[in-house]
Design a protein around this ligand. Structure first.
Ligand code: GLU
Length: 305
């Protein structure tokens, strides 16, 4: 099937889902986004063809938890496997911002993609670079080839004003001795990393190293082959909140979603895909994004299974 037909099928399939969910409410700056938006981009791993997409694929949105994939990769690149003594690699089976699970498990987050796990990763990146959010922005600009990638100060400020649960998680981590930096510094970098605004094209390009077994856009090595495998594996078991099983069942790809409505998905050796649809299901995953990726893997057979 050619791209044009594929995009048409997908766009038709997601139609009903654009009204089938709810835009994230707990971050007021996100609640104002139009739920009718939909975009999808595909970037080939070998970079031979230009990235292509459909709908609102060039409209920037708040990357939110998609940032967690990149901070994880940057920490693994700088620090290797040491991170896995601070954070687990199991599915959470609980909401992404659960305080109860973190307390029960003595301050070791289930995986790097629940909020507590992402705070531990950001803490580590801050120690390693001195500027976690700056290192992340620099990486995303380089990989996407877009020097205009930047933070959205309104979203960052809004999250910091309303981020009581994230603050509670960070304090709980600190109480268990799991953070090296002051709580407020870690939170600040975390809120700003989540506030980055990017479009589907730039995100598909920036995730390319995961489809290239760890190689960056300029072919320099970011991750070893086995580290890249681990990031993809953790995306599969924990990238779509506590609905990772359902997502794997429907789509069959490693993926990470964010409450801004984005999903990045990886087909190792072939391509990376980014979808955006701001309306979310009860787990926090984009309803349009799941249907789009389900349709894509069904029509193309490009699942990893
Ligand atoms: N900044 C959001 C939070 O910490 C990210 C959540 C998400 O996208 O999963 O609540």
């Amino acid at each position: 099937m050619n791209d044009h037909d594929l995009f048409e099928h997908i766009t038709r399939a997601v139609g009903p889902d654009l009204v089938g969910g709810r835009v994230a409410q707990y971050i007021p700056a996100l609640a104002a986004v139009d739920p009718g938006r939909f975009g999808l981009a595909i970037a080939d791993a070998d970079g031979r063809r230009a990235p292509r997409g459909t709908g609102d694929w060039r409209v920037p949105f708040s990357i939110q938890s998609l940032s967690k994939v990149f901070t994880l990769a940057l920490v693994l690149a700088a620090d290797g496997e040491a991170l896995w003594s601070r954070v687990g690699k199991e599915p959470s089976g609980a909401p992404f911002n659960s305080l109860a699970q973190l307390e029960r498990e003595h301050g070791i987050p289930r995986n790097p993609f629940v909020n507590a796990g992402a705070l531990v990763v950001t803490d580590r990146l801050l120690t390693l670079t001195g500027d976690a959010r700056g290192a992340l922005r620099e990486f995303l600009r380089a990989e996407s080839g877009n020097p205009g990638v930047d933070f959205d100060a309104t979203v960052a400020t809004c999250e910091s004003l309303h981020g009581h649960r994230n603050a509670a998680l960070a304090h709980l981590l600190a109480d268990h001795g799991r953070l090296d930096n002051p709580v407020n510094d870690v939170l600040e970098h975390y809120f700003w990393q989540c506030s980055l605004a990017m479009d589907c094209r730039d995100l598909a390009l920036a995730s390319g190293f995961l489809a290239r077994h760890g190689l960056r856009a300029d072919t320099g090595r970011l991750l070893t082959r086995s580290e890249a495998k681990r990031v993809n594996a953790v995306m599969l078991i924990g990238g779509t909140y506590d609905a990772a099983g359902e997502f794997a069942h429907r789509v069959g790809l490693p993926a990470k979603s964010g409450v801004g409505g984005g999903i990045i998905a990886v087909i190792p050796g072939r391509c990376t895909i980014c979808t955006w649809g701001p309306a979310l299901d009860g787990h926090g995953n984009s309803t349009a994004g799941i249907t789009a990726l389900d349709t894509l893997t069904t029509l193309t057979g490009w699942s990893i299974f």
